[in-house]
Design a protein around this ligand. Structure first.
Ligand SMILES: [Zn+2]
Length: 65
């Protein structure tokens, strides 16, 4: 087996990386959260999404009102 290795093709499924903990997934799991901040897509895994939502809510509590 000495065939030429094909050029690496971009993965058909979009690889996503959690912007908080760096966890990766081959495709976007339904439990992950996608949000656009400053024109860039941010992905959060299920664990970080929960933490993120909590921080958003606490931020709203302190500055929203
Ligand atoms: Zn995460």
């Amino acid at each position: 087996m000495n065939e030429r290795t094909p050029d690496p093709e971009p993965p058909r499924t979009q690889r996503v990386v959690c912007s908080r903990c760096g966890k990766t997934a081959d495709s976007l799991p339904v439990t992950w959260t996608c949000s656009v901040e400053n024109g860039r897509r941010m992905y959060l895994c299920d664990t970080c999404a929960r933490e993120h939502i909590r921080s958003i809510e606490s931020r709203l509590d302190s500055s929203w009102w």
